[in-house]
Write a protein that binds this ligand. Sequence first.
Ligand code: SF4
Length: 354
Amino acid sequence: MKNAVCLLYANCIPVKGAQNSIICDLQRHNYIQIPTDLYDVLTIHKGKSIPEIKAAYENKYDKIIDNYFNILLDNEFAFLTDTPELFPEMNLEWEDPLEVSNAIVDFDESSSFDLQAVLEQLSELHCRFVQMRFYRKTSVDELREILDYLDSIQSNSIGIDFILPYWDKNENKDFVALFKAYKRMNSVNIYDSPYGKHIHPVGHSKYLIHTASKVVSEKSCGVIEKAFFSIHLKTFSEAQKHNTCLNGKVSVDKQGEIRNCPAMPESFGNVETIKLRDAIKDARFKKYWNLNKDQVEVCKDCEFRYICTDCRAFTVDSSNDKSKPLKCGYNPYTGEWKAWSENNLKQSLKTEIV
Ligand code: SF4
């Protein structure tokens, strides 16, 4: 294969940032950082044989080019072929037949809205995923009641994630029993736990997670960290044209106000007086759904823009709809991560936003 082409597997997609570039492996759910020179070799010279690429650089960088391709081949990001035309790129078009795909419902001591009515409406909208966040203690029995109600209305679509504070009256074995009894329960995330960080897998793709994190309110959300990157075909393709947090989302805050996210200022009515279906008809409700990271300041130059989540509730400049998420400490122009709260601009806000 003297004139072979070194081709990336279709699931391995290079993304260029201002300083660094990466290859996202959508099958193995990881990424590797690559020199931006290699990104250029892979994109500008895509389809050319290795000798042709070397010749394009007047054979000055033959060793470097060999080294680049050896790394890709050794790590199974690429393969050699004489027939590159037989290996088309992956289609990244994203479509969802459902208007509402995911929801957040918040509770604290003061919540008095009719949860069953909200769940019934989400079921009618065929919402697939509901995250229920408790800012007060809740018992395993209360969770069981919620799950029983969903079973009673034969809501086949809804999967549930619970986020709740540690309470010594709840035992791990009781949560495990819930997982076994209710297939729709995907995860339980217990914060402020004395056990620190502990991930307990329960069956296939189900997790009981303890963390030491303090979750005080909806203001605790929106943190951008590498650990939260999602390197999956579904999220990567959705991120090409849509917002990675708010697309297809409806939220009910702890007072029953319908919002894009519980931490966002604009309410589209209260669940006691308006149906979710009617609230989301307001054209302003979908204002952010198609705001992808290619339009967001700074993020548009970041190599992580298609695997990172977004936050429109807390941004660097709240008067600018396209401002960078406030709780991100990454600088794509230097390639450095810092704690988001270290930024001077953010120090003044830190007391209000956790
Ligand atoms: S700069 Fe933007 S895309 Fe990059 S890590 Fe931060 S929030 Fe994500």
